[in-house]
Design a protein around this ligand. Sequence first.
Ligand code: AHR
Length: 343
Amino acid sequence: MTVAKKAVVAFLTTLCVLLLTPLAACGGNGGSPSGASGSASGVASAPAAGLISVGFSQVSVESDWRIANTASIKEALCEANGYQLIFKDAQQKLENQLEAVREFIAAAVDYIVIAPITETGWDEVLQEAQAADIPVILVGRMIDVSDDSLYTCWVGSDFFAEGSKAAKWMEQSLGSGPLNIVHIQGTLGSSAQIGRSAGLEEGLARNSNWQLVAQGTGDFSETNGRDFMERTLRQNLNINLIYCENDNMAFGAMEALDAARIPYGRSSDITLVSFDGTRRGLENTLAGRINLDVECNPLHGPRVAEIIQQMEKGLTPIKRSFMTEAAFEAATITQAQIDGRDY
Ligand code: AHR
């Protein structure tokens, strides 16, 4: 960007940013999964000279993972590090995300960061960002667009690899007897749901002894996971395994099972598989209530800051980079692994 254009952008940002809700300080937390949604709290102020302005459209506060993700971005893109971060919570609605991105474009921010809710619906707004010459960095989930040049780069998870890891563990650990599976899916149309569901579907296709007895979405939230499990239990099905596409839905399912006094986990006939590997998830794995927790790494902040710094120097960042992720079994997890957890 030329010096003249930078000056115009700074002036416009000063005007427009007052209409938005910026996060001025460093170290802001990510909110609460049960708390009220909305824009992050923070003092509305124009960016100080020299700060890089970044608009960040986050999915919501639906899970522990999401809160850790928000905290990671806020910590990396804080004022002390040279950033003016404008944070918008989309409350799990795509239309809110599109509106936020349009507000960032109107504010002429230097960069737009998006944690997309669903894969589709992005072409038009990203064409507008491209026309405004604002780089777009995607975090977490992927998008499905007609033209890859509509976003600068992406950093996130291989959700299909996560699902495959779970399915392979099920094949290796649970033998060849009948396996009746309850599948609690995440937000339909999100790449986290699409990939993890595809991993299970491939396992179902390979193993004729596996059978899907119930399937539905819990939208990645604890409340919806619990409600889905309560409804499923009322059907009196024979259940051998619950495949929850994130930890919070697993916590909700566990609440429903506890209330119905149905045992699950390592010392029972009902196996619980979950995703995320959050601290709470791993504590439940160590306690034997979750049999397998496949990690999904939410700590995107440092990588996003690195990408922006590369671009500030005129470099082209890697188009797609995957987070490093592991899986934790109740049989082998240790307290030291939980103690070393950042989220
Ligand atoms: O996109 C990542 C998923 O979204 C995480 O598994 C989940 O907890 C979050 O809400």
